[in-house]
Design a protein around this ligand. Structure first.
Ligand code: SAJ
Length: 402
């Protein structure tokens, strides 16, 4: 039996995937409400294919509880918050989970850590806890790679990395993941696995920063960045990403800072890239100001931000560019801008609307912060608005870009 600890964005789909592919699985989470929701047959966030996967996992006998189980394999996928000022990861939840596993597990149990951690965390924070317990367990790091919005497909098809102290244990855990994963699964050591995860996200962050920097260069001299990127990408060895209103989510906007924090005098390109991405919402705010002046819009209360999530078609707002922009605006002691997101039902920020038509009625300058499918189905409602399109998706004439 496998006990999956932490039933969030990664733990839940992983537990469901294992259970729907013949593994006996118990999912454990300290949040009793979340466990009750799952036991009532409901998923806890929106994701393509998740409900179907849930149904298959229930048929496979998955159970949800707040209790840690006594078993021989644990998969820990609890959050790893990071401190915004020190830019360091806080492994407290991983450590706590491992401590609780150690209280109940048998000798030689395998503890797989899926949570994203900064390189060296297992040596620094997890091994001492294991040593102090006096128990012999096998540690494995199997960092997740799935992208929100396409999680189910990517769980099935992505290649994976397994880091283990003992290659035989690595092979055993590889077989567990191979029960559902059609991708190649590489077995390596723990330190390498930790580093690969952070390097993958850093690679993407640096490349997004390059696109954002190009957008600024092109804006400065009135060139069309999208046309330039489109043409450059026709070169066989060039693949530039897209500029946007900033970088959000709990991965690309966070993990690269671990390398800057640990190697400040070496991680120069990474440091500069992260600063570029982090200042992109302020760049958009400046664009809003320029457009307001150009179009004679004097009331900031008539500016509406479309989209609160960190990217399209997900309901996750962690580190979202819209929240970053609002924070930046607040620092200027300004009243909150209007905000609408079709995927966010809860009230998260002041000035938030839950009715698209009412939001549009109260907005003269509409800023497309997130390219949800929803807006692509509603272009007809936007005619007559001044539009700042941060993603180059709007087909209407006279649209402004970043
Ligand atoms: N973004 C751009 N321009 C682009 C692409 C993305 O501005 O061309 C922005 C998005 O709008 C978003 C942010 O970057 O705000 C991050 O989005 P994303 O889709 O690039 O990535 P995430 O954070 O959803 O997921 C990433 C993935 N990592 C890589 O692609 C290397 C995923 O595979 C990881 O599993 C995930 O991080 C994670 O959990 O670490």
């Amino acid at each position: 039996m496998i006990n999956v600890i932490g039933l969030g964005y990664i733990g839940l789909p992983t537990a469901l995937m294992l259970a729907s592919h013949g593994q006996a699985v118990v999912g454990t989470d300290y949040n009793a409400d979340l466990v009750a929701t799952l036991n009532a047959g409901k998923t806890t966030f929106k994701e393509d294919g998740l409900d179907e996967l849930f149904a298959a996992a229930l048929k496979g006998g998955i159970r949800f509880t707040t209790e840690y189980q006594r078993t021989d394999i644990y998969i820990v996928s609890v959050p790893t918050p990071y401190d915004k000022f020190s830019k360091k990861v806080d492994p407290c939840y991983v450590v706590k989970a491992v401590e609780q596993v150690l209280e109940v597990c048998p000798e030689e149990a395998v503890v797989v850590i899926e949570s994203t951690i900064s390189p060296g965390t297992i040596d620094k924070s997890v091994r001492p806890v294991v040593a102090a317990s006096g128990k012999r367990v096998q540690l494995v790091h199997a960092p997740e790679r799935i992208i929100p919005g396409n999680m189910v497909y990517e769980l099935l098809n992505n290649n994976r990395t397994i880091g283990a102290d003992d290659p035989a244990v690595g092979e055993r855990i590889k077989a567990v993941y191979a029960s559902f994963c059609r991708g190649e699964i590489v077995v390596t050591d723990i330190r390498t696995a930790e580093m690969t995860k952070v390097v993958e996200n850093t690679y993407r962050a640096v490349n997004i920063a390059f696109a954002n920097e190009l957008a600024r260069i092109c804006r400065h001299d009135g060139m069309d960045v999208y046309e330039i990127i489109r043409i450059c990408n026709m070169h066989p060895r060039v693949n530039i990403l897209q500029p946007g209103p900033g970088v959000g989510g709990h991965c690309i906007s966070v993990d690269p800072w671990f390398l800057v924090g640990d190697y400040p005098s070496l991680a120069k390109v990474i440091d500069e890239s992260m600063r570029t991405n982090d200042s992109q919402p302020a760049f958009v705010l400046n664009r809003i100001h320029e457009i307001m002046k150009e179009r004679g819009i004097t009331d900031p209360g008539r500016v509406g931000l479309y989209g609160l999530t960190y990217k399209e078609n997900v309901d996750d707002v962690r580190e979202s560019p819209t929240l970053q922009l609002l924070e930046c605006q607040e620092r200027h002691l300004a009243d909150p801008l209007k905000v609408y997101d079709p995927l966010i039902e809860k009230d998260i920020v002041p000035g938030q609307y839950h009715d698209f038509d009412a939001f549009l009625r109260d907005t003269d300058l509409l800023v497309i912060m997130v390219k949800h499918d929803h807006i692509k189905q509603n272009w007809d409602k936007l005619s007559g608005k001044v539009i700042l399109d941060c993603h180059n998706i709007c087909p209407l004439p006279g649209v402004y870009h970043i």
